[in-house]
Design a protein around this ligand. Structure first.
Ligand SMILES: Cc1cc2nc3c(=O)[nH]c(=O)nc-3n(C[C@H](O)[C@H](O)[C@H](O)COP(=O)(O)OP(=O)(O)OC[C@H]3O[C@@H](n4cnc5c(N)ncnc54)[C@H](O)[C@@H]3O)c2cc1C
Length: 382
């Protein structure tokens, strides 16, 4: 008889993992407390970017290349456009473009391009963008945006159609017996059991697995949609690196719902259950300054919509995929660190291969790396 697995959490990581496990013949139960890609979760919101440039990192280049293929393939197979190719402009201000330059050879090996741009030509091509303080720029043609929340719902539906069991319930506790998990307890006291357990709980993980507390911090990520529908609708996705290891990005034509702009700073913390998710005026003022410097005509644009999302960051910005500290039959998928959505399909495959053939998990993701300690705070540090 096939092995049973319970996956907790139906965000991008848990949903794709349940989907691939079900396809591989496991008996899978996907447990979710709110809903796939719900607005409070890390996968909530309208869009996420998928891009191949990953500095010199082979492991993320491999996972992203595989994910590109899977997003494209499933969008076609399901005849559902979850993947929208747009291309992206990478801009660097006051920092060497080492991240881009290191990406180029690894991307080439996978058949992807990242091309250096001439700044003079660029300012002719995009007069709406202030390029005076930009020191270098690159064009990545295959960057796309993915329909974030919606895709999580679609994947959960495909999982159910394939025979997977979906339960809307909150897991309140993990029951251990010696060095194994013997079951999960729901809020109403019901216990469910399986051979294997996968925890993809995003920012709520440490409630179930308190041992992980020192390894994860949750940050507040405000996303704004500015009123700028017409004048920027031809612009591609853009990403800007600045001195101080900061990154900002936007999707100018966002389903006709405004000019999406967000930051990648992780300095503001957030309790996913307790904290107010309204706009913080201080953060908005800072972000508006950065945006208006780059797109001066947005000076007086109103914020049409706003969403406060969460990053679940590991200490070093790398993912955590490993056995639970206290259980042989439990895997934890955590530390998606603000860049994990795109890789959901490949993470799901990785977990499935691991549970099917004991395929090794890349050492970059194992917990033992923290024994050596690391101070890296962002995926962009090279
Ligand atoms: C503003 C913003 C922009 C981002 N941009 C990008 C981007 O452009 N590209 C990219 O690749 N990534 C991006 N990311 C990161 C990416 O979205 C996340 O890394 C990814 O979505 C995390 O997915 P997850 O499945 O690990 O967690 P989540 O999506 O948080 O899912 C966890 C799920 O578990 C459920 N759950 C938790 N505890 C329990 C429990 N006890 N019982 C039952 N259910 C439970 C929750 O309800 C939730 O649905 C961005 C993130 C944010 C916030």
């Amino acid at each position: 008889m096939s092995k049973s697995v319970i996956v907790v959490g139906a965000g991008a990581w848990g949903g794709w993992t349940a989907f691939h496990l079900q396809k591989a013949g496991f008996q899978v139960t996907l447990v979710e407390k709110e809903g796939p890609g719900n607005v409070l979760s890390g996968s909530g919101g309208k869009t996420r970017i998928i891009r191949m440039a990953y500095g010199g990192s082979q492991v993320y280049t491999d996972l992203t290349a595989q994910s590109f293929n899977l997003w494209e393939a499933y969008s076609k197979e399901w005849n559902d456009p979850l993947y929208h190719e747009k291309g992206a402009l990478w801009m660097f201000r006051g920092v060497k473009p080492t991240y881009a330059e290191l990406s180029i050879p690894l991307m080439k090996e996978k058949g992807f391009n990242l091309d250096a741009l001439d700044l003079k030509n660029l300012s002719v091509r995009y007069p709406e963008i202030n390029l005076k303080d930009i020191t270098s720029a690159y064009w990545e043609p295959k960057v796309a945006y993915l329909e974030a929340s919606r895709a999580c719902g679609v994947i959960a539906d495909k999982f159910k159609e394939a025979g997977g069991q979906y339960l809307k319930a909150e897991v309140e506790g993990i029951n251990y017996q010696e060095d194994n998990i013997s079951g999960l307890t729901f809020k109403d006291g019901t216990v469910i059991q399986a051979d294997e357990y996968v925890f993809a709980c995003g920012p709520w993980l440490t409630k179930l697995v308190p041992e992980m507390k020192g390894l994860i911090h949750i940050s507040r990520q405000e996303v704004y949609y500015f009123d700028a529908l017409d004048q920027y609708s031809d612009l591609p996705i853009w990403l800007e690196f600045r001195e101080g290891d900061q990154m900002y990005y936007g999707i100018p034509d966002h389903f006709g719902q405004g000019f999406k702009f967000a930051y990648d700073e992780r300095r503001w913390s957030l309790d996913p259950d307790q904290d107010d998710r309204g706009i913080r005026d201080g953060i908005l003022a800072k972000m508006r300054g950065i945006l208006v410097n780059r797109f001066p005509s947005l000076k007086d644009s109103a914020v049409l919509k706003h969403h406060t999302c969460v990053y679940e960051n590991s200490l070093d910005g790398d993912f955590i995929i490993d056995k639970l500290p206290k259980a042989q039959n439990g895997l934890v998928l955590a530390g998606s660190s603000g860049h994990g959505y795109k890789m959901g399909p490949a993470i799901g495959k990785l977990v499935t291969d691991h549970l099917t053939n004991q395929k090794a998990i890349p050492s970059e993701f194992l917990l033992q790396r923290f024994e050596k300690s690391s101070a890296r705070k962002s995926q962009y540090e090279v």
